[in-house]
Design a protein around this ligand. Sequence first.
Ligand code: BG6
Length: 293
Amino acid sequence: MPFKQNNDDSVTLTHPSGSSAKVLLYGATVISWEVEGKERLFLSSKAKLDGTKAVRGGIPLVFPVFGKATEGPAAALPQHGFARTSTWELLGIKNDNDDVVAVQFGLEVENIDLEAQKQWPYKFGLIYTVELGKDTLKNTMEIRNDADAEDFDFQILFHSYLAVGDVSDVEVKGLEKVDYRDKTQGGKVLTQAAESEARLDITSETDRLYVAPSGTSTTVLEKDQAVVEVQRQNLKDVVVWNPWEKAPQNMGDFGPEDGWKRMICVEAGSVAEWHKLKKGDSWTGSQVLKALL
Ligand code: BG6
């Protein structure tokens, strides 16, 4: 069966090739993506899967703000917004053929808690499509402004925790010569070219927002072998995050102790600026994760 609803408020997609994905209704968080019997996403062993906290791992959805806004209409919202901490509605299966199995989830004002409605009082509608192929996982977000009167600004990001063997062996390709904001340096703008890096090596805490790379693909390599590719469609920016050894000790939901070695977040989004969505308009953007090994 290509699509199954589980008792734990999750759904499982299965492709004829054997690949599979599991999505929680909480946050519409993809918590597993398996290709050729191998798990491709990192999920913390201490992740809360009971709806009490955003999931530490998988693909949490960041909307309508990336990080914590210090001013403007999103300033009252918690870090990364409410999409990852709201329970989404299962809209059903969109496609089921030999190429892809696709399932859709929806979130509207009525589905978010009253506090979030007060913190961000706009009339929005989100449709999230998860499409599983033989060796691909496509995540598409459609955002509607359902208001009669008011425009709103948003940011959006797919916070993908990719599984790796050892992050010290990892390099990220496709972000060369792209300006980035280094969040470990208080968001200072640095230029990749100035560092003359051919590729990004992960050798310490890394938290960078690469602003509008001209290419649309970022590749994670391990010991020089391409492991996974992250393609962007109508998503301008890329965030690369690994907390390294110390920060996870204060997170409370990051495990096992050396779990930070087993992950790298390569996050496709539009987060360097705000998108204005006019009343009645909609916007769509996607990422495609492709397993290469
Ligand atoms: C990344 C941010 O996207 O998410 C980091 O760039 C942040 O700054 C990380 O620490 C995890 O955020 P959270 O809220 O899930 O702990």
